[in-house]
Design a protein around this ligand. Structure first.
Ligand code: AHR
Length: 815
């Protein structure tokens, strides 16, 4: 609809622009492993996700209070120790997520007596077990992670540790569907030895498919026993690692150059005592100490240090472990280890490196060999700290890095910088022991496009390289729509273009169990039975598959002469808030156009439009096209976290909106899917406000209760972006062209100093609707399509679909 207005003038040839590529003008080499993955335990990504174990709380330890913390009512309190940054205690507390789940979360018992006990513990790590006073027909049931996913015909291995005191009888494992239907059964094998823990095992074949199955142990016989560390694992896992096949394959398909692990905030812990300790994640599973992670749940560490190293090896990906710098999460308690305690922490880091790389004759190399891997793993880099900042952190980094370099001079050390920018204070304090800086970038819609080549502005007079350890376009993009993907593509193009400085990048977060969404936008969504990738998943995959050997000069010449104004439908919306709108006028006249809800829970009450859903980004639009004029209305907040939003059309496909009481009701903003300007301000609940927006061309004026808050002219944005490089292995020129406009564009591709054979491929990923998303019902709604190029392909008139990334692999005569 907007296309014809946006791009007014074309050359008579019908071409919107030309991309000039010159193969003779070589740019920097691009790292082979430029794109990796960042695996963090968040959204039940690992536990109840990638890690294939199907029993939740298998060691009966989930009701434990995390080390050094205290439970008061339904709140978990950190010790009142000073924070590393603030110097005083932050009195950190959080909801205790297990508050209403009793002593055995995710377990239930029928026809028998059960008590949690710490008598006769199975191991130091799994101190609790359940004492069962059994009778025939008793049932011990685990609900899995929001149900157990079973596939008909597949086998599952069940096991449990049992310590009998007087029990005589058998224990039968059952797979049970949501309506009680039996989907498989088998008796646990092994001989009980009174007074001793014995691991019983069996295999079950599923006779049906279900996403909501449960696991049961049925007692037949009488007497008392203790039960601990129950497991149900699919026999079929990814490459014999304990990984769920579909998710692990989706990760493998991203061809990661490295795996960053375990965090993120997870590296830091809510308190220093809860930080992950690698030594607690190796060895027999029942001897691994669970970790309470900052995202509010216990992790059993079945995917531990050794499994992670094996996972990296299987993917030929570099391991990138993130070690704690002796400081807990800045957003949580920020408690820390004193300088003296840091010595032991440094030794722990050295031991971890020895475990991965040391000879079998070394203490930890021998442990690795005992775990079945005598051959050392590769380990060429480590990160120290996550999102820590300031000179104090830099000094800690320096001390740790110096110890690492003294023993392992070839290992590169990574300093974790802050979100959206580089922390020079920390860098300066860290000194020359630091090789790489890790910047994190969570950016709003269209930021990537508007700030294309942002790394071009970074100084090159630095002795270090840059790693973008976490990036994502993740606000104003629903759950991750095509608009997010356009931003992500522009961002990755900028990474690649600046590969003299930026050597690695990883999207974040990678995985989301739909049942525990803790982060707004994630790359791969799954539940117990299904998984799909968002459009950005396919973009990341395409970028990883199309890394050139080196860049070549690329220049975009657009032939657009007119800068488009703001136009489109008027919209009213909310974000996490229940609000209402009334008395809508356009140019002084009551608005007469038909209105349609796009999402949310809307009703019209006494002439007011009421939106009740407390979800993100809820909108309704008036169909009539608006351009250059005045929009007025009254709005009030009824409940929720923010205020209300009014949209007055689009500029280059970006929704232009006046956001009143945004950012947690702390600021007002003018946005064009990316912040143009924002100021401090909030709205009162229940009070009607007068809202007015005037547009003229690209100028927007916003008023609240008669007071002008913004008067801005939207900057012109280039929405046709391109980079190119040469792939030595195939003799192809790889050209990436992003058309981030809402309309198709025809371009001419001019390649100098190369002989094109006229063959190659053209892959496109896009959607005419920037708001479109993949979901369970249409997991491939936005999906790449590749066509072979032949004689009919004319480089002088290539029409790129609206909102699309295009990757051309053009064969040159040199191959
Ligand atoms: O990716 C989610 C979180 O975002 C990470 O844990 C943290 O490093 C960042 O703030």
């Amino acid at each position: 609809m907007l296309g014809s207005l946006v791009f007014a003038s074309l050359f008579p040839s019908g071409i919107h622009g030309t991309i000039h590529i010159d193969i003779a003008k070589k740019g920097p080499a691009v790292s082979k492993g430029l794109y990796g993955v960042f695996l963090e335990e968040i959204n039940n990504s690992g536990e109840g996700g990638l890690y294939a174990e199907l029993i939740q709380n298998r060691g009966f330890e989930d009701a434990n209070t995390p080390p050094a913390c205290a439970l008061v009512g339904d709140k978990l309190y950190a010790p009142k120790n000073p924070s590393f940054w603030e110097g005083h205690s932050k009195d950190f507390n959080m909801e205790w997520p297990y508050a209403n789940l009793g002593p055995t979360p995710f377990w239930s018992f029928k026809n028998l007596k059960s008590t949690v006990t710490d008598a006769n513990p199975l191991s130091e790590a799994s101190r609790h077990s359940v004492r069962i006073e059994a009778q025939s027909g008793g049932v011990i049931r685990n609900e899995g992670f929001w149900g157990i996913g079973l596939k008909s015909g597949e086998t599952y291995e069940a096991s449990a540790f049992v310590r009998s005191s007087s029990f005589k009888g058998t224990l039968k494992c059952k797979l049970v569907g949501p309506n009680g239907e039996l989907l498989g059964a088998s008796t646990l094998n092994g001989t009980l030895k009174p007074g001793h823990w014995v691991q019983l095992k069996t295999k079950l074949k599923a006779t049906g498919t279900s996403s909501r199955a449960k696991f049961e142990i049925e007692t037949s016989g009488n007497g008392e026993f203790q039960l601990d560390f129950v497991s149900l694992m699919p026999t079929k896992t990814w490459r014999n690692l304990p990984l769920r096949t579909d998710l692990a394959q989706m990760i493998a398909d991203l061809k990661p150059g490295f795996i960053r692990w375990p965090g993120g905030c997870v590296t830091e812990g809510i308190t220093i005592e809860t930080r992950p300790r690698w030594k607690q994640t190796i060895g027999p599973l029942h001897e691994r100490v669970p970790t309470f992670i900052p995202w509010g749940y216990w992790v059993s560490n079945g995917y531990g240090y050794h499994e992670w190293l094996l996972h990296c090896e299987a993917l030929k990906a570099e391991p990138l472990y993130v070690f704690n710098a002796g400081i807990s999460c800045a957003f949580r308690s920020g408690t820390f280890l004193g300088d003296a305690e840091l010595t032991a922490e440094i030794q722990d880091i050295l031991d971890a490196i020895e475990y991965a790389t040391g000879p079998v004759t070394s203490k930890y190399g021998a442990l690795r060999a005992k775990a079945g891997h005598p051959k050392p793993f590769a380990m060429n880099m480590i990160e120290i700290g996550n999102e820590d900042q300031g000179p104090k952190y830099g000094e800690r980094f320096k001390r740790i890095a110096a110890a690492v370099k003294a023993k392992y001079p070839k290992i590169k050390t990574i300093l974790s910088s802050w979100i959206a920018g580089i922390d020079h204070a920390a860098i300066n304090a860290a000194g020359p022991q630091m090789d790489i800086v890790d910047e994190h970038a969570y950016i709003p819609a269209h930021w990537g496009v508007q700030n294309f080549d942002s790394f071009g502005k970074y100084s090159r007079k630095v002795p270090w390289e840059l790693y973008i350890g976490e990036f994502a376009t993740n606000s104003g993009v629903g759950r991750g729509n095509m608009n997010a993907t356009l931003g992500d593509c522009a961002y990755m193009m900028s990474i690649e273009k600046n590969s003299d400085l930026v050597k690695m990048g990883s999207y974040a977060p990678l995985l989301e169990n739909t049942n525990r969404r803790q982060w707004e936008v994630n790359l791969i969504h799954f539940d117990s039975a299904r998984a799909y990738g968002r459009a950005s998943y396919y973009a990341c995959k395409l970028f990883a598959e199309n890394v050139p050997t080196y860049n070549v000069s690329t220049k975009v010449d657009m032939i657009e002469t007119e800068v488009p104004g703001i136009s489109g439908p008027i919209g009213i919306g909310t974000y996490l808030t229940h609000s209402e709108f009334k008395d809508l006028k356009v140019n002084g006249q009551p608005i007469a156009s038909p209105w349609k809800a796009r999402n949310g829970i809307w009703s019209q009450v006494d002439g007011a439009y009421v939106q009740k859903s407390l979800d993100f980004d809820q909108w309704g639009f008036f169909e009539q096209e608006f351009r250059d004029g005045t929009v007025e209305l009254k709005a009030r907040k009824i409940s929720g976290e923010e205020g209300f939003v009014v949209s007055v059309g689009n500029a280059e496909g970006r929704r232009v909106q006046f956001n009143i009481g945004g950012w947690g009701n702390r600021q007002h903003g003018l946005e064009a899917q990316g912040v143009i300007r924002r100021i401090n301000g909030s709205v009162e609940t229940g009070r009607w406000y007068d809202v007015k927006v005037i547009t003229s061309g690209r100028r927007v004026q916003c008023f609240l209760d008669g007071k002008q808050l913004f008067d801005e002219t939207l900057p012109r944005v280039d929405t046709l972006l391109s980079i190119a490089g040469y792939d030595k292995a195939t003799g192809e020129i790889i050209v990436k062209v992003l058309n981030a406009a809402n309309s198709p564009r025809t371009i001419s591709l001019e390649v100098a100093n190369a002989k094109l054979t006229g063959t190659g491929t053209w892959t496109t990923l896009g959607s005419p609707d920037v708001n479109a998303e993949n979901d369970y019902s249409a997991p491939k709604r936005i999906y790449p399509s590749t066509r072979a190029l032949g004689k009919e392909f004319k480089t002088d008139a290539v029409t790129l679909p609206a909102n699309s990334i295009n990757i051309f692999r053009l064969k040159t005569g040199s191959q």
